[in-house]
Design a protein around this ligand. Structure first.
Ligand code: SF4
Length: 298
């Protein structure tokens, strides 16, 4: 059972908008995440081994959001709200609590633009409200000249292979279902694409896997594909590096030495790998005509 908690504030104003995610604000209605991805950057002792055990519901979130957005709207501080940065807005418990659905009504009411990031098919429940947000949103003045989408939807993938997904994202919606959901969202006319974050070295960043990923996203006319390689932290039991190394040992023993070499003393893949990775991603982006950012420089 998730904990029900009261919070003092719900909308976080970012000092600087990230050029990838366009986050002027972040909004997390839940704390922790039952999708339990092994590579997740929120992992660590604070949340424990099974992220689901520390799941919390911010039960006063909607009331707070209404007040905070009313104030921001009054001052004309319109900007993209990213939902979510440290959980998924469509966890299994969203079916019961409907905090995301209620938040969408408030966001549409105050005319804020929204970037939803999810791994779940539950998003299709809210298509009616997504249209409202998209239609009503007032964009931040500095972006409005080059971009006019009130709603952006990014689906996160580390693979399109359900067997691989089950190992590394055990609690999340299967990648195949996620893919169909992205296709549905695109057919609704929304500006939607993919956050390929992270691609898993030697597993989902192989030539064969990348061709499947990019050709599949091209086929359904995704608006963008944002790729990134992996970062792993910590040596304690609940840390992402420990959990990923254990999964590699169990499911890909032939890769264990490579992973130990790269991650024993650090959190990132070496520079030569990263350079080759981002070069390859640019080539694929060009080859498939899939921009690597939501807004690319002209
Ligand atoms: S869905 Fe996102 S927040 Fe949730 S466990 Fe996976 S990476 Fe972490």
């Amino acid at each position: 059972m998730p904990h029900e908690i009261q919070v003092k504030t719900i909308l976080n104003k970012k000092k600087k908008r990230d050029s990838w995610f366009l986050d002027d604000y972040t909004l997390n209605l839940y704390s922790s995440c039952s999708f339990n991805c092994l590579y997740c950057y929120i992992r660590g002792s604070k949340y424990g081994l099974n992220l689901e055990d520390s799941l919390s519901v911010k039960v006063n979130a909607i009331e707070l959001l209404d007040k905070q957005l009313a104030l921001r709207a009054k001052k004309g501080h319109f900007g993209y709200i990213v939902m979510s940065s440290a959980t998924d807005p469509y966890l299994q418990i969203e079916k019961k609590y409907e905090l995301t659905r209620e938040a969408l009504k408030i966001i549409a009411k105050h005319k804020f633009p929204l970037h939803l990031i999810t791994k779940s098919d539950l998003i299709t429940r809210d298509v009616d409200l997504l249209h409202e947000v998209n239609k009503n949103a007032i964009l931040p003045a500095d972006l409005a000249k080059k971009f006019n989408k009130g709603l952006i939807v990014s689906f996160s993938f580390s693979t399109l292979d359900d067997k691989v997904g089950k190992i590394f994202e055990p609690g999340a919606t299967k990648p195949s279902v996620r893919f169909e959901t992205l296709s549905t969202i695109l057919k609704e006319g929304f500006h939607a694409g993919v956050s390929l974050m992270p691609l898993i070295p030697f597993i989902s960043d192989t030539k064969e896997h990348l061709d499947i990923l990019f050709s599949s996203f091209k086929k359904i006319k995704a608006n963008y594909v944002m790729p990134s390689t992996i970062t792993l932290f910590g040596n304690e039991a609940a840390d992402s590096k420990t959990l990923m190394l254990r999964a590699i040992r169990k499911h890909y023993p032939e890769l264990e030495t490579k992973y130990l070499n790269y991650f024993k003393n650090g959190s990132e893949m070496p520079a030569y790998y990263q350079n080759a990775f981002y070069k390859k991603m640019q080539e694929l982006s060009k080859e498939y005509g899939l921009p690597h950012k939501i807004i690319t420089a002209k």
